[in-house]
Design a protein around this ligand. Structure first.
Ligand code: DOR
Ligand code: ZN
Length: 345
C-alpha cells in the first residue's frame, strides 16, 4: 500500500477567495496547498474591469502577507455589456487569465451576469481569436426546469450550440455534476475541459437531506443522484487531460448558511487535497492524481507546470467542526469527519 505520495505542486482552477475579513481568513488555506488558483470574480460589485482585477489581486497578496509563494489568476466577470477590447487588453497584459460566464441569477452574486449568450457575440469571437478561456457556470436559469436538471439542460440547449458556433473557443465547464456534462466534455470534438470539486466526488443529493436539512452540503450546481456522482468520479480518475481540479471552495459565514434562506457554497479549501486524494485512493487511481491536480489544468490553460512538490501521507486527520470566529466563522466541508490523508507541510 502506498502511504506517501509526492506530486508536483498543484493548482486550484476554481476558487472563491472573497474579500475583506473573509479573504484574510481563507486565502491562506488555498495558498498552503496550491501554487496558483483561478480566482472567481463574483464579488459585490463583481470584478468586471482591469482596475478592479488589479486591485483585487493586490488585496489577495496583501492578505497572504510578505513572501507568499502563490499566484492568483484573475478572471473577468462577463455582463451583457462586456467590452471585448478591454478583455483582450487584460489578457495580453497578463492580468486576466480567463473570462467567467454566469447566466444571470444562476448563483451567488450573479445578478449582473449574462441574460442571453447571444449578446456576447463580439466577446466570444475575441476570446476564440486570442485563445483566452471562457469559464462557464453551466446551468440554465429557466424556473420551469427542475433544479436537478439545470446542468444537463444547459449542455443541450446552450453548450452544444456554443461549441458549434465557436469551434475553436477554449471552454472550461465549471464544477460538473452530471453524467451528461462528463460525457459531453469527454467526447466533444472541441477544446473543452471541466473542473471537478471534492464535494461532487464525495456526496450525492441525499447529503442535503440527511436526517434533516443540511445547509453545509448545499452548493450550486446542487449535488445530484448517485449515478451522476459515480459518472463524475469516473471522469476525474480516468486520466483524461480534459478533467482537472477546481475546488469551488465558497465560504459563507455560518449564519448565512444556517438560515431560512441559506447561501449556496461549500468551504472545502482547508482539506481540499486530502479530500480529493481520498477519492483517487478509493478508486485505485493514485497514479492518476498528479495529472488531475497538477498537470491537466495548466496544459489546458497553456501555462507552465509548477516547480516544487507537495507530499501527502496516509494518516487520520479530523476536520474541525468550525474554522474561524465571528464574521469569518465557517463550517468546512466534511466537518467532524476523518480523512485518511494528511498534507505534509
Ligand atoms: O455554491 C456556489 N457558491 N456556487 C456558485 O456558483 C457560487 C458560489 C459562491 O460564490 O458562493
Ligand atoms: Zn464557483
Amino acid at each position: 500500500m502506498t502511504d506517501r505520495l509526492t506530486i508536483r505542486r498543484p493548482d486550484d482552477w476554481h476558487v472563491h477567495l472573497r474579500d475583506g475579513a473573509m479573504l484574510t481568513a481563507v486565502a491562506q488555506h488555498t495558498a498552503r496547498q496550491f501554487a496558483r488558483a483561478i480566482v472567481m470574480p463574483n464579488l459585490t460589485p463583481p470584478v468586471t474591469d482591469l482596475a478592479a482585477a488589479a486591485a483585487y489581486r493586490e488585496r489577495i497578496m496583501a492578505a497572504l502577507g510578505e513572501g507568499a509563494d502563490f499566484t492568483p489568476l484573475m478572471t473577468c466577470y462577463l455582463t451583457d455589456g462586456a467590452d471585448a477590447g478591454m478583455i483582450a487588453e487584460g489578457y495580453a497584459a497578463g492580468l486576466f487569465a480567463a473570462c467567467k460566464l454566469y447566466p444571470a441569477h444562476a448563483t451567488t452574486n450573479s445578478a449582473h451576469g449574462v441574460t442571453d449568450i447571444r449578446r456576447l457575440t463580439t466577446v466570444l469571437e475575441t476570446l476564440q481569436r486570442i485563445g483566452m478561456p471562457l469559464l462557464i457556470h453551466g446551468e440554465v436559469t429557466d424556473r420551469s426546469i427542475d433544479i436537478f436538471d439545470r446542468e444537463a439542460v444547459f449542455v443541450e440547449r446552450v453548450l452544444t450550440p456554443l461549441t458549434r458556433d465557436y469551434p475553436a473557443l477554449k471552454i472550461v465547464l465549471e464544477h460538473i455534476t452530471t453524467a451528461e456534462a462528463a460525457a459531453f466534455v469527454a467526447e466533444a470534438a472541441h477544446p473543452i475541459a471541466a473542473t471537478i470539486t471534492p464535494q461532487h466526488l464525495l456526496i450525492n443529493r441525499n447529503a442535503i437531506f440527511d436526517g434533516g436539512l443540511r445547509p453545509h452540503a448545499y452548493c450550486l450546481p446542487v449535488a445530484k443522484r448517485e449515478s451522476h456522482r459515480l459518472a463524475v468520479r469516473r471522469a476525474a480518475v480516468s486520466g483524461s487531460p480534459r478533467f482537472f481540479l477546481g475546488t469551488d471552495s465558497a465560504p459563507h459565514v455560518v449564519g448565512a448558511k444556517e438560515s431560512g434562506c441559506g447561501c449556496a457554497g461549500i468551504f472545502n479549501a482547508p482539506y481540499a487535497l486530502e479530500a480529493y486524494l481520498r477519492v483517487f485512493d478509493e478508486e485505485g487511481a493514485l497514479d492518476r492524481f498528479e495529472g488531475f491536480a497538477a498537470e491537466h489544468g495548466a496544459r489546458f490553460y497553456g501555462l507552465p507546470l509548477n516547480g516544487g512538490t507537495v507530499t501527502l501521507v496516509r494518516a487520520p486527520v479530523t476536520v474541525p467542526d468550525r474554522i474561524g470566529t465571528g464574521e469569518t466563522a465557517v463550517v468546512p466541508f466534511m466537518a467532524g469527519e476523518t480523512i485518511g490523508w494528511r498534507l505534509d507541510v
